[in-house]
Write a protein that binds this ligand. Structure first.
Ligand code: PRP
Length: 215
């Protein structure tokens, strides 16, 4: 389901039996950390696949064992930007799908009292003009972490930006609409709301803690 939006935000909710099944594993509070990491990688494969559904291609003639096949390849490799920590769990799957991609890193951690993102790392190419950028973060809660990351990316000149998330809240989607810049959001589900601690309800808990343990 793809929903064009007047703000420049284009949302694709990937609602498929396999994404729903892996989402059930991720949501289950009894799923142990190794199984959580595996499920996150599995669903990331599917979400990244969808995120590249309209990636520009160029023709290439490939010699097969019995002839020449008209094929295509991506025009230019993207830059993946996992948002640390939780986005790291999507990176290997993304790179398996697009091995030529570059990688940048943004580290932000929400202040536990205010839920405001605090940046502790920004390792990105200085010039992203003409480069397609794909941000990986499993959680879209208030949207603060993603908006912070997107501002860093747009400040470096990128205009073709996609965010891939597993679960979001309506409040996070609204924040992206308010942000107002062109963005493709590919997401597994948009849940009910945020609770008073700014956690997604019903969500899946803290995707960073569930992969790597508490900070
Ligand atoms: C979580 C999550 C997102 C962010 C979402 O990270 O991985 O990055 O919160 O919340 P927001 O939309 O309200 O900004 P967290 O700050 O818990 O850090 P972690 O990934 O290191 O656990």
């Amino acid at each position: 389901m793809t929903e064009p939006a007047p703000s420049g935000l284009q949302i694709t909710i990937v609602d498929h039996p396999l994404t729903r099944a892996w989402l059930a594993v991720l949501r289950d509070e009894s799923t142990p950390n190794p199984a959580f990491r595996n499920a996150l990688a599995r669903i990331a494969t599917m979400l990244v696949y969808e995120a590249f559904s309209d990636a520009p291609e160029e023709p290439v003639a490939v010699t097969t064992p019995v002839g020449t096949a008209p094929c295509t390849r991506l025009v230019s490799p993207p830059l993946f930007v996992p948002v640390l920590r939780a986005g790291l769990g999507m990176l290997d799957a993304a790179l398996a799908a697009v091995p030529d991609a570059g990688i940048g890193f943004v580290g932000v951690a929400r202040d536990e009292a205010t839920a405001v993102p605090v940046e502790y790392l920004a390792s990105l190419p200085q010039d992203l003009r003409g480069r397609s950028v794909c941000v990986l973060d499993p959680m879209l809660a208030t949207g603060g972490s993603l908006v912070h990351t997107l501002d860093l990316i747009l400040a470096r000149g990128a205009t073709d930006v996609t965010a891939v998330s597993v679960v979001g809240a309506p409040e996070g989607v609204a924040a992206l609409r308010t942000w107002g810049k062109p963005l493709k959001l590919v997401i597994g589900a948009v849940d009910e709301c945020l609770n008073e601690s700014k956690f997604i309800v019903p969500g899946l808990g803290d995707a960073g803690d569930r992969q790597f343990g508490p900070r």
